[in-house]
Design a protein around this ligand. Structure first.
Ligand SMILES: [Zn+2]
Length: 530
């Protein structure tokens, strides 16, 4: 054995207790910040902002990070609500991300186990994206404190997933070079267990495309023969797609909405548009689907003597692939942290909601998920998408899922907002922050882990598959989306912004008894707007 190798061995042996002690310290530090974590979770819940319109959320987070010594660059990648915060210097560069946008029409009172909107029709955190930044920031501050005292080299980078529900930004972050020089990305996402995985995700990638048609208006009764209906083109395209979907691969998912179907029935619609999410397992299949949709759009224009306008790509996502080395290390930390201690009140809320939705009332998770190994190709049956996929094909990445929500919910729904400003969300976020902090320490203090992660990334993950963006060079982030809806609801929502200087929790501010179950007379007790 060479002297060098011997030294390394001695170093590893002496470093290990030091690392264990620092991890222990970080876990205690995160626990001591529980109220700070809770305030972030509740504050962002109360802002309830849709994708690309996260102005209050981003303002709040930017101020908070600057106050804590981070340098923040705003408006990155041409997206007004996007930013990147950095602290520290040198290698490794550890990047932490989590989404911040919410869901249309998902307004819901927290802690109430039946449908009770805060504001009828308003957006709300019916995905739980109000909790992830709290996980990341709590962990980052605990680690920053240790790095300062121990003089550990390394750079921390934090950023928000803006407009994730529109898969609208992360491919642009990649294109803008946000991840050049980054060593690993630790992404966090709300779930109902504390978990991570590696390999290809079960879900799909996608391209989000707006097809717009130009026709000619005319009096719909007086001279219909002089009109050419753009709405007809939209409908014929949709009919064509719906017939054809029977003959598509089972792994695909595709769906659409009609954001513009004309103005009023007596005017032949001169303009109309249909917005598709086209989802498949990999880049070639996504592009194949897009080409098919494009053919149908052109055919629909021919059938109706209308014109297909230039197609707009409003969003995109590569199917994710997560790093084995990072996931395996993170899972060791998950096992040490374990699930939160749920109270009777937490379990009562969860079970009441599960009964409300007609799913088994198993309550909150009591057993940790296992570390899911890579899926085999035949186990990939398709599903949702997340543009963290684009990041995962550029830097070794994993997603930490943390238990701030209730099992058995439909997703993208008011029900998914119920736990998100309650002790369930708060405890789940603290558990997540502990795992994040421990994993950050591993990668700061064990350079061989960074090397191993890149070895997997270069020699396994990207050996045969190379990243090519689904966005085209001419595409720009669709930052105008949701502007009108948010402008309509924001004045009413402002009355319910959380004020942590006056109230310990958001539940306290709203005067909600925790948990509130459906009343004996069957009414949803919390239904009236406060
Ligand atoms: Zn999400």
């Amino acid at each position: 054995m060479s002297l060098n190798a011997l030294l390394l061995l001695v170093q590893a042996a002496t470093q290990s207790p030091r690392l264990a002690a620092l991890k222990q310290e970080a876990v205690l530090d995160v626990a001591s910040r529980a109220q700070f974590t809770q305030q972030m979770v509740d504050q962002i819940f109360s802002f309830g902002e849709l994708g690309f319109q996260e102005t209050e959320t981003s303002r709040y987070l930017i101020d908070l990070l600057r106050k804590n010594g981070f340098t923040v660059r705003e408006g990155i990648a041409g997206i007004p609500t996007a930013w990147v915060a950095t602290w520290g210097s040198g290698k490794p560069v550890i990047s932490l991300g989590s989404d911040i946008d919410d869901i249309p029409q998902a307004s819901q009172k927290p802690g109430v186990a039946c449908h009770a909107a805060m504001i009828e029709g308003a957006p709300g955190h019916g995905e739980g994206h109000n909790s992830g930044q709290a996980v990341n920031i709590t962990a980052a501050l605990a680690i920053k404190k240790i790095m300062e005292r121990e003089h550990l080299p390394g750079t921390l980078q934090l950023w928000p997933g803006v407009a994730e529900e529109l898969v609208g930004t992360k491919a642009y972050y990649v294109r803008d070079g946000l991840f050049s020089g980054v060593d690993i990305v630790l992404f966090t996402h709300v779930d109902d267990n504390l978990a991570t995985s590696w390999g290809d995700v079960a879900g799909n990638g996608l391209v989000s495309v707006l097809f717009s048609f130009q026709g000619r208006s005319a009096h719909a009764a007086g001279a219909p023969w002089r009109g050419r209906s753009a709405l007809d083109a939209v409908e014929l395209m949709d009919i064509g797609w719906n017939f054809r979907r029977e003959h598509l691969r089972l792994q695909q998912r595709s769906h659409y909405v009609i954001p513009n179907g004309g103005d009023q029935p007596n005017v032949v619609p001169p303009t109309a548009s249909v917005w598709y999410y086209l989802r498949e397992l990999d880049y070639p299949h996504i592009q194949e689907m897009y080409a098919l949709a494009d053919t149908m759009a052109r055919a629909a224009a021919m059938m109706t003597s209308t014109t297909l306008l230039p197609e707009r790509i409003l969003g995109s996502a590569w199917p994710g692939h997560f790093n084995r080395v990072v996931a395996e290390d993170m899972y060791e930390n998950i096992k040490q942290v374990g699930l939160p201690q749920w109270s009777d009140a937490d379990q009562r809320l969860a079970k009441a909601l599960q009964r409300e939705l007609g799913v088994p009332d198993s309550g909150l998770a009591l057993k940790l998920d296992t570390l899911r190994p890579a899926l085999k190709p035949n186990e990939r049956t398709g599903g949702g998408s997340d543009d963290i996929g684009d990041v995962s094909w550029n830097v070794p990445t994993v997603t930490l899922r943390f238990p701030s929500n209730i099992p058995g919910l439909p997703g993208h729904n008011w029900a998914n907002a119920i736990s998100m400003a309650t002790p369930i969300a708060h405890k789940g976020a603290t558990a997540g922050a502990k795992v994040m902090a421990m994993t950050m320490l591993d990668f700061l203090m064990r350079p061989e882990l960074v090397t191993g992660a890149w070895d997997y990334f270069r020699n396994v993950q990207t050996k045969d598959v190379k990243y090519q963006p689904l966005i085209r060079p001419q595409d720009r982030p669709a930052i105008e989306l949701n502007r009108d809806v948010m402008a309509r609801f924001r004045p009413q929502m402002r009355r319910f912004y959380y004020d942590p200087t006056k109230y310990r929790t958001y539940l306290e501010q709203l005067g909600i008894t925790y948990p509130t179950e459906r009343a004996a007379d069957g009414s949803c007790a919390g239904a009236a707007t406060p």
